[in-house]
Each structure stands twice: as structure tokens, then as C-alpha cells.
Design a protein around this ligand. Structure first.
Ligand code: COI
Length: 362
């Protein structure tokens, strides 16, 4: 394995400051004392594996990432278990998805070994930033954000010959403030996120940039997330601005849009689908018409809806709002949504046996 050089931060956050941040972390607002970095050049490949003090990155203003958005990222979490040990969840899936994203955005492949080591080395140095949950409802973790950028100084439009990969870490509470309260989703009618043959399946910054105007529209309409339908017809459900979508029927079926060019293969999505049979649920991954959600909800057949993702975990959806109709799932989280959420979190925090071998010790 390639050794990481560890350059310690000589001015880490004072313990009092760190502990105050961990008490009230929010989401994505605070960062730890270090980051991981690996450099790529055409000649040398991946090299200079380092953990170093967290701080601004100096890039040339002509770096390709600023102009052509050649960038991809990942998101996963580190959890502290009751015995003090620190674990992450199915990181091999993130490594594989990073590789698929890299291929689509014409960035170089980072090996699974380097990916895993970049996480372990950083979390080892910044272990003091990983909070222990106070109880079973306390959703605290260290959110890990690996990302890869095209850093070559060149304005021609071609894939960059110089690339930098980083991991930063952020102490995190729930993504949605306000506890486990159902969120409202805005239906984006005109603004689309992804299309066939595009980059929707890749975890690249461009997909999220494409979702932001619709996200603002959602916020202006009192909603916390936005739902995208397919770009061609606006007929089929795809995904939310930053998470996948699932529906639950009254006959215990979990349905979710099938993967394709325009849907992200979420690790939480996959895990929920794999856990569902254990809770007596059948699983259907298929095309779902927006009209099916409306009609079967009205008929009492679609009884719960939820969002899922690393940041969101499993978040109940209370309402789908559009300019001419609302689907109302009520103010209380659904029972199946909450059992799936608990089953998943219990594994992640080491409260339930990890019979699937999903946990990875950092
Ligand atoms: C994640 O869930 O890790 C994401 O990258 C989505 C974003 C909403 C934070």
C-alpha cells in the first residue's frame, strides 16, 4: 500500500471549540483540522499521498475545473460505536461509484485501495472530531467528502492532464434541521436535472449545479427539496435534488425509480432495498409515473414516501407540492419509513449485528 505522509496541523482547533462544534454541528458548516490529498499527473500517475492541515487550496485561475466543471465527488460518514471504535459504511461502493463518475467525466481512476486509505488516514488523524451518539435518536457522525478536480492550467476544451483528489471531513448532525419531521418536496416542471446519455448517474458537481435553480424555486414555495421527472416527457419520477425517492404501498411494497443514465446509484438507496425484505417488504425497481403516485395515493394505495441518501439517511416526505396539485402524506412520519431508518442506523452505529458485512473499520 502507498504510504501517506502525515503533516500535522500545528494550530488545530482548541478542544473547547471542537467540542462546542460537535455539540451543535449542523450539516456541512464546520471542518476538521486536516484533509487528505493525492496528486495526479499524466507522467507520474497518482502520487504524493498526504494528510495535511485543512486550509484553502491554491489553484491557477485557468485551472480546468473553474471553466469546464470537470469535478466529481462522494459522500459517506464515519460513525463512532459504543466501544469507541470508528467505522464507515460500504465505502467500497463509493470507491466504485467514484470510478464510474471519473470515467464519465474523463477524470483518472483512483484505486479502491487509495480511496479507502485516504479515508482511514484522515479519520485516524482527526478521530477526536467523531462524536459519540448520546442516544439511539442522535444522528451524529463525521461526514466525509472525497472530491476530484481538474487542476491543469489550460483553457482548451479537453480532459485535464493534472488532477487533484482530496477528502475533507465535517462533523454532521441531521441534514434537515427540525428533527425527523416529514419534509415537503417541490415538483420541478420546467427545470430538468439530467437526460438520457447525460451525466445524471455520475456524482459530478454539474448535476448539482443543474438542480440549484429548481432548489431555489422549491424554497420559494416552502419546500426543502425538489423532485425531478424525466427530461423527455416529464412523466416519470427520477430523483430529488440530492437524494433518491422511495414510495411504500399499502400491500407492503417498496417502489423506487429504476437506475439508468439519469439516476444516482445511491448507497443508502441500495442498502434500503436490500434491507426491505427483512421487514416483510417486496421491492420494485421500475419506471414510476407521477400519475401513479397521485392516483394510488388518492386510492389509499401509496401510503408513505421518503427520501434517502447518505446525508438525508431516510427522511419522511410529508408532501409533494406543485403549482396545481398536492399529494399529502401527513405530518407524521410513516411507520415503514421509520423502521427502515432505524434498521439502517442501528447497523451503522453498531447497535445491531452487521450480518451483511457492510461496516468498514477506519
Ligand atoms: C450525500 O448524501 O452524501 C450527498 O452528496 C448529497 C448532498 C445533499 C449532501
Amino acid at each position: 500500500m502507498t504510504e501517506f505522509q502525515i503533516l500535522k496541523n500545528m494550530q488545530p482547533a482548541p478542544e473547547l471549540v471542537r467540542e462546542a462544534i460537535k455539540e451543535k454541528p449542523g450539516f456541512g458548516e464546520h471542518f476538521t483540522d486536516h484533509l487528505s490529498h493525492i496528486r495526479f499527473t499524466r507522467d507520474q500517475g497518482w502520487h504524493a499521498h498526504t494528510v495535511k492541515p485543512y486550509g484553502p487550496i491554491i489553484l491557477d485561475p485557468a485551472a480546468a475545473v473553474f471553466h469546464y466543471a470537470q469535478e466529481i465527488f462522494e459522500g459517506l460518514k464515519a460513525y463512532r460505536h459504543a466501544d469507541g471504535s470508528i467505522w464507515t459504511f460500504r465505502p467500497q461502493l463509493n470507491a466504485a461509484r467514484l470510478a464510474r463518475s471519473a470515467e464519465r467525466i474523463a477524470l483518472p481512476q483512483l484505486s479502491e485501495e487509495d480511496f479507502l486509505a485516504s479515508l482511514s488516514e484522515l479519520v485516524t488523524v482527526d478521530a477526536a472530531w467523531v462524536s459519540a451518539p448520546k442516544n439511539d435518536l442522535d444522528e451524529v457522525s463525521l461526514y466525509l467528502r472525497p472530491f476530484m478536480i481538474a487542476s491543469e492550467r489550460f483553457l482548451g476544451v479537453r480532459s485535464s492532464h493534472e488532477v487533484d483528489y482530496y477528502v475533507i471531513a465535517s462533523p454532521a448532525g441531521p441534514y434537515f434541521s427540525g428533527g425527523i419531521k416529514p419534509v415537503s418536496i417541490w415538483l420541478s416542471r420546467t427545470l430538468k436535472r439530467a437526460s438520457a446519455g447525460g451525466t445524471g448517474f455520475a456524482k459530478c458537481g454539474g448535476n448539482y449545479a443543474a438542480s440549484l435553480a429548481a432548489g431555489d424555486e422549491a424554497a420559494a414555495n416552502g419546500c426543502q427539496q425538489v423532485l425531478f421527472t424525466d427530461a423527455a416527457e416529464g412523466k416519470y419520477l427520477e430523483e430529488l435534488g440530492g437524494m433518491n425517492l422511495m414510495l411504500v404501498t399499502s400491500d407492503n411494497t417498496l417502489i423506487t425509480p429504476e437506475l439508468g443514465d439519469s439516476i444516482l446509484d445511491g448507497v443508502t438507496r441500495r442498502s434500503v432495498l436490500e434491507l426491505a425484505p427483512q421487514l416483510g417488504l417486496r421491492v420494485e425497481e421500475r419506471k414510476i409515473e407521477l400519475a401513479e403516485w397521485r392516483e394510488r395515493h388518492a386510492a389509499g394505495e401509496i401510503v408513505e414516501a421518503f427520501a434517502c441518501g447518505t446525508a438525508a439517511v431516510v427522511t419522511p416526505i410529508g408532501k409533494l407540492v406543485s403549482d396545481d396539485f398536492t399529494i399529502d402524506h401527513g405530518e407524521e412520519p410513516g411507520e415503514i419509513t421509520m423502521s427502515l431508518r432505524k434498521t439502517l442506523l442501528d447497523i451503522q452505529y453498531g447497535r445491531a449485528e452487521d450480518t451483511y458485512g457492510w461496516l468498514y473499520k477506519l
